[in-house]
Design a protein around this ligand. Structure first.
Ligand code: ADP
Ligand code: MG
Length: 267
């Protein structure tokens, strides 16, 4: 379980995340949604310790995140963030094997089990055929799947992902999110996923936190079970677009309508 109590972050004088409380539930997927710039990435970074707020507290399974060393943090939290290939000269297989680092002793080298776990994780994201390729030479979507495999290879308790479906074609958007949801649902783990696409959020998230960003004070506009948060009355003022919920085969889908008054010529 990851909890945030009164967590805040500002860039200069601009509050981006203000007084956020949240709690992930074991075996559930928590989605962070909100428009561009509403602070989703910043909040996720606060939750995995890449940013440390001046106030408030983040804890993981009851322990203050600040007090966990990097290795222990790596055993509890696996993170998939937007990442370029940079100067990486690693092969895909080596990149995934890096996920095993928090599992190894200080001078311990990777062994047969580490290689087996890494290979199995590549298989789960449909990327076995890429193992020998250079990571830097992959397409955005291939790279994203390899980074997810690396996070899975970490065998951490909890998984945090920032827009993991970016660059993925429609099939892998669903496969990756179904994998994340299965992992959470089959264990005491929880997953925290930043998502743009509200229909993917409706389908794969159990709970949602809707952020409104600066105009809404950097706080949480709504939080709770996904279907309660995906309420047009909550979404429309935050996103500035008309939202029409539709039920198909007992599943919630959202249709969007630009508000005509925004495009009409003034009288
Ligand atoms: P989201 O992920 O929801 O799109 P972010 O958390 O990335 O939002 O950003 C929230 C706000 O903080 C935005 O207004 C963004 O411009 C600003 N911001 C993000 N990173 C920085 C930074 N390094 N320096 C200054 N402002 C930043
Ligand atoms: Mg972001």
């Amino acid at each position: 379980m990851i909890t945030a109590e009164d967590v805040s972050w500002s860039y200069g004088a601009t509050p981006v995340v203000a007084g956020v409380h949240l709690r992930t539930e074991p075996g559930r997927v928590l989605g962070l949604i909100g428009p561009n710039g509403s602070g989703k990435t910043t909040l996720l970074r606060l939750l995995h310790g890449a940013l440390r707020g001046r106030s408030g507290r983040v804890s993981v399974d009851g322990d203050d995140l600040v007090g966990l060393g990097p290795r222990e943090a790596g055993r509890r939290l696996a993170v998939v963030v937007q990442e370029g290939a940079g100067e990486s000269t690693l092969t895909v297989a080596e990149m995934v094997l890096l996920g095993r680092s928090p599992r190894l002793g200080t001078f311990q080298r990777t062994g047969a089990r580490d290689h087996a776990v890494a290979a199995a994780c590549l298989e789960r994201v449909g990327a076995t055929h890429l193992a020998g390729r250079s990571f830097a030479g992959l397409s955005g979507g291939e790279r994203q799947r390899v980074l997810i495999a690396r996070a899975l290879a970490q065998e951490a308790t909890h998984l945090l992902l920032d827009e993991p479906t970016n660059h993925l074609d429609i099939r892998y958007q669903h496969e990756v999110l179904r994998l994340v949801a299965d992992l959470a649902h089959r264990s005491e783990a929880c997953a925290v996923v930043v998502l743009h696409d509200l229909n993917l959020a409706a389908r794969y998230c159990d709970d949602l936190v809707l952020l409104g960003g600066g105009p809404h004070g950097g706080g949480v506009v709504a939080a709770g079970p996904a279907e309660e948060v995906l309420d047009p009355a909550l979404l429309e003022p935050v996103y500035g677009i008309g939202v029409r919920p539709v039920r198909l085969e007992d599943r919630l889908h959202l249709l969007f309508e630009p508000f005509t008054h925004l495009t009409e010529e003034p009288a």
